[in-house]
Design a binder for this molecule. Sequence first.
Ligand SMILES: Nc1ncnc2c1ncn2[C@@H]1O[C@H](COP(=O)(O)OP(=O)(O)O)[C@@H](O)[C@H]1O
Ligand SMILES: [Mg+2]
Length: 506
Amino acid sequence: MKDGAPEELSLKRFELQYIIGQGAFGKVKTVMDKKTKKQYALKYINKEECIEGRSTINIFRERLMLQTLCHPYIIGLRFAFQDDIHLFMVLEYAKGGDLRFNLGKQAVFDAHTIMVWAAQLSYAIDYMHEQKIIHRDLKPENLLLDDLGNLYITDLNIAVSVEKRFPSSESGTLDYMAPEMFTGQPYGLSIDWWATGTIIYECIYKKRPFRGGESNEEVKDAILSKPLKFSDKTADGDPVPIIPVREQFLEQLLERDVSKRLGSANNGRGFEAEVKSHEYFIKIDWKLIAEKKLLPNYHPNNDKDAMNFQPNLLIEEMINGGSDVSYRPRKKKRDPNKKTLGEKLVGSFSSIFSKSRSDNSLSQKLTKTKTRKEIELEQMEEYFVPFDYELPNNPEMKLPPDTKKEKKDEGSAATIGKEGAKEDFTPEKGSPLRNNEDDDNSSVHSVDSAASIELAKKSTLKNHSPLRGGFEPDEEEFGDKIKITDVDESPPNPAVQKQTVPGAQL
Ligand SMILES: Nc1ncnc2c1ncn2[C@@H]1O[C@H](COP(=O)(O)OP(=O)(O)O)[C@@H](O)[C@H]1O
Ligand SMILES: [Mg+2]
């Protein structure tokens, strides 16, 4: 470990509390920093499951971006470390729970609350876009509330840098995907504005604007061609006020023609020119938004003992015999120069056989080649360096070099995304996903690596204004989460490429 690294950082520093969230590989628990008594959200990822799910690079990128971005409405990373089993990210804790949970709890959100959320979300998206990052997975599960009801973006697991090229894969959650994501052509920042329209619509009507039946094809068809309809009732029959300017705002965000979509000016950086100045936001004082002084009316349940997460997570954990994570001291690291007796024997056998002309294959068998798992476990040690936001000289977080060749060798051009892996979504033949396998352009991984490192270098990590906190459970289920792949290797569409955003940097 380099000088100045927070060597002591481990789970020992935190008191584990209760489980509040779960993804495909990661779980989220609240923890208390024993030193400062501050509460945080601990996202922990099982290393082996992460490797099996081909998500190592995604976790690296997510961690780097969360560490680097600094915005009043984006969850910040506070600590990162690992043990032999898990990777850990300690994040600011949003006590109000995620927006999905709150959507299930509240019959109707008042117009002011929705407008303030729309403003906070747009403001944060513009900041991400300024850094040339597309979130790609904006949805109620990935938007969190603090105790005052302020909204925060989190989960940058499939966020992608468009510094050098644009992605073309169907990455994200189907219901929130913009129509241009189904064309196989590179797409840009504007997909996040489409997702914003879908989320705001859902907050108002308790249903998404474009719904299909059970199948993914039907959902895609709805997104591609169903008319956008407004109503004076939510999906549950509760009355909704008709606000023409709000409907117009949604119509313009949910515009299928990207070039006409609200926010698409300046290659998707149309926040200043179009979104901020939209009539819907006429009553918004953007200075107050920036200062977190314009609050929504809706407050999550702030009772002392209330919990703003799905209670089934706690029950499942209890049924499964309690917490699957606890402090474990690290195994002693081996000195790579000191060989074990077995390795010495293999080494001498191997040299004897390699001298013999007759049996090269046995020699090869005896010379151990590393498996993908071994390589990625080593990468985790090397690249997922410890991070403590209070220390000035954390070791620099880098990303591993291009992994494209290996991906091809393994017969997969895709990092299967989280819910995608779970729900077994297979893209159809001929979809961009499969076409991309033969694409010989440089992989997005290398592009992202370079861009993210640049980003990290330019970043000055400041403190976010701290989140504060509160709760109540509900069982409402919303469905159709599909998260697929991260293959971004299509040649950029000249039409999109031309629109490269000039200059804005961290
Ligand atoms: N910082 C946080 N504060 C409060 N809840 C959180 C926080 N981070 C995550 N969660 C909860 O955990 C869930 C999963 O976290 P997320 O980062 O989205 O992981 P995944 O990548 O597995 O989807 C979220 O939907 C949310 O309910
Ligand atoms: Mg998530």
